[in-house]
Ligand binder design. Structure first.
Ligand code: ADP
Length: 589
């Protein structure tokens, strides 16, 4: 019932998209009506030619040829125009819905991405979008045209011979019943098939983005076997779908053939008795087709419409999901910043007080300070960053900027205080310039070059054959780790936000590359307030404040000297690190 309601409302919402192209749909209805009458004219023409033949009216032939050519021409023209309008209308509706879907996806909160596989989201743009296109074109027009054709054919038949017309129409309900029974079975199988295909796509997406992993760990055979299972499941569902379809075709075909033969026998009897012209009998045969055909097509169309509406429903679920922003926000920059206070912040990913991953975290940062966050893995450092970036809201407590609660600010205004250099560089497929410009979409060429120079990226960029126009491959696959980091630093320099969140890379670069990246980071940090998830000794020692996080608690805070003197958790972390110092300059985890 709920499902039916959703389908209905999805249909109404789809109609609203279609209403934007009223004129196109009016044209489509005109071509549909014209097409129906053109088809009926074939029956009329058959009776005309047969009667002329029976009566031996040879002189009528030149006219008949002209009529035949005329009918053929208009049928071809109508078919072309109809297909053109249908495609145009459904492409426009698809395009509008696709753009709306992306607008909404871009505004989904981070928690949505945690719960849903990106492959599932992608399906909203591909298969579901395609289904909606079908619904707004072929399917809806089919649902209108077939009843119209059947009705007109029936009226024509009534005109020719009403008992015959009644015999012909009597199979209608039977055909609909068969169609409905099998249609329901097909619909259920389609839903299962769609789910199986969705899982296979998500699996493939994971595999394709992890080529290095399966190559190094030799997982090719395992993956191939897993995919075989997905593929076999899909084939099995399709096979059983084929069986249902086959039975439906056989049964409805038999009903149609049987009724056809009965009607022909009766018609032939009327002709033999002289109650029906031979021409009328031929017209009748043709009209019978027009009458029966819609009854066999309509249930399938109805079921296709249901499936397409299920796709529309999935799209509208995204469109209706709670969003972070009312409308797509503009990129901005905070002008001034004085202080940041994390005030008794508690946080749980499930929003319950039971499984808190941050408890009562409290600290204060003044403009220009560098804060190092250290502690064991799983302590809550990255989660704290996610809260600071406004990806999640604190479950309790609050984050204040210049004594204003983050919650009281517009989210975009809040986020504009921050910039991020993550541990694993995230770049978009595109050119180097595009990626740096993401820091400030309105920056001019001179600023891009200056940012690249400051990030120690300019020299390597100029050595590339196309300089700033060099395509960096899928997510930067054509650049080295250090190069990618420097592009990300240049991007952050251009962003010029007052608070910089920096997650130090733990992956060791070669010494020289590391020095260049460190130097670029140091330049980025000048004049900024920096919170850094720190793994390096130098970063920690030079920090104005060190926060030690363990199991979601801020267990210690103070300067390097204060914390060493305290002889607590930091003290032990520090000396463990010192012991390893000789081999790696990485600490705290
Ligand atoms: P750290 O950065 O200090 O290693 P994290 O902030 O990544 O620690 O993790 C803190 C805790 O939060 C861990 O127990 C982790 O399992 C949990 N956690 C991290 N991300 C999520 C998430 N998206 N959903 C649920 N739990 C999460």
């Amino acid at each position: 019932m709920r499902c039916e309601m959703n389908r209905q409302s999805s249909f109404i919402r789809l109609l609203k998209y279609m209403r934007r192209y009223k004129l196109l749909y009016v044209c489509l209805i005109i071509t549909m009506v014209a097409g129906t009458f053109l088809e009926l004219s074939v029956a009329w023409f058959l009776s005309l030619i047969t009667n002329a033949a029976v009566k031996g009216e040879v002189e009528a032939w030149s006219n008949l040829i002209l009529i035949a050519v005329g009918i053929l021409f208009f049928i071809a023209l109508n078919s072309y125009v109809d297909t053109y309008f249908k495609q145009k209308a459904s492409l426009k509706v698809r395009n509008d819905i696709r753009l709306d879907t992306l607008d909404h996806v871009l505004r989904l909160p981070q928690s949505y991405y945690d719960k849903n596989h990106s492959g599932e989201l992608l399906a909203r743009f591909t298969s579901d979008n395609q289904a909606v296109g079908e619904a707004s074109g072929n399917i809806i027009m089919g649902l209108l045209k077939n009843p119209l054709l059947a009705l007109c054919a029936f009226i024509y038949l009534l005109n020719i011979n009403w008992p015959l017309a009644l015999i012909s129409i009597s199979i209608g309900p039977l055909m609909i019943l068969v169609g409905k029974l099998f249609g329901e079975a097909m619909r259920k199988k389609s839903i299962i098939l769609q789910e199986a295909m969705g899982s296979a796509t998500s699996f493939l997406q994971d595999v394709l983005s992890a080529s290095v992993l399966y190559k190094i760990f030799g997982l090719e055979k395992k993956i191939s076997k897993q995919y075989q299972q997905y593929s076999t499941t899909i084939s099995e569902i399709e096979r059983s779908q084929g069986k249902v379809q086959g039975s439906a075709n056989a049964i409805s075909g038999s009903i149609a053939n049987l009724s056809f033969i009965i009607a022909i026998l009766v018609a032939g009897y009327f002709v033999a008795k002289g109650n029906l012209e031979v021409g009328a009998m031929l017209a009748f045969i043709q009209l019978m087709n027009y009458l029966v055909q819609p009854f066999s097509i309509l249930p399938a169309l109805w079921s296709n419409m249901q499936q397409a509406l299920a796709g529309a429903e999935r799209i509208f679920q995204i469109i209706d999901a709670p969003k972070e922003y009312e409308t797509l926000p503009e990129q901005g920059r905070a002008k001034s910043f004085r202080s940041l206070t994390i005030s008794n912040v508690g946080f749980s990913y499930s929003n319950s007080k039971e499984d808190l991953v941050l408890r009562n975290v409290h600290f204060h940062v003044k403009a220009g300070q560098t804060i190092a966050i250290v502690g064991g893995s799983g302590g809550g450092k990255s989660t704290l960053f996610k809260l600071l970036l406004g990806l999640y809201s604190p479950t309790s407590g609050r984050i204040e900027i210049d004594n204003r609660s983050g919650e009281s600010m517009a989210l975009r205004e809040y986020r504009d205080y921050f910039s991020l250099v993550p541990q694993e560089t995230i770049l978009f497929t595109g050119t180097i310039r595009d990626n740096i410009l993401d820091g400030n979409l309105e920056a001019d060429e001179a600023s891009v070059i200056a940012a690249a120079k400051k990030a120690n990226a300019y020299d390597f960029i100029m050595k590339l054959s196309e300089g700033f126009d060099t395509a960096i491959g899928e997510r930067g696959s054509r650049l080295s780790g250090g190069q990618k980091q420097r592009i990300a630093i240049a991007r952050a320099i251009l962003r010029d936000a007052p608070i910089l969140l920096l997650d130090e890379a733990t992956a060791a670069l070669d010494n020289e590359s590391e020095k260049i990246v460190q130097d670029a980071l140091a330049k980025l940090m000048v004049g900024k307030t920096t919170l850094v998830i720190a793994h390096r000794l130098t970063t920690v020692q030079n920090a104005d404040l060190i926060l030690v996080m363990e199991n979601g608690n801020l267990v210690e805070q103070g300067t390097h000297n204060e914390l060493l003197l305290a002889g607590g958790r930091y003290h032990s972390l520090y000396y463990t690190q010192l012991e390893n110092e000789g081999t790696e300059n990485i600490i705290m985890e």
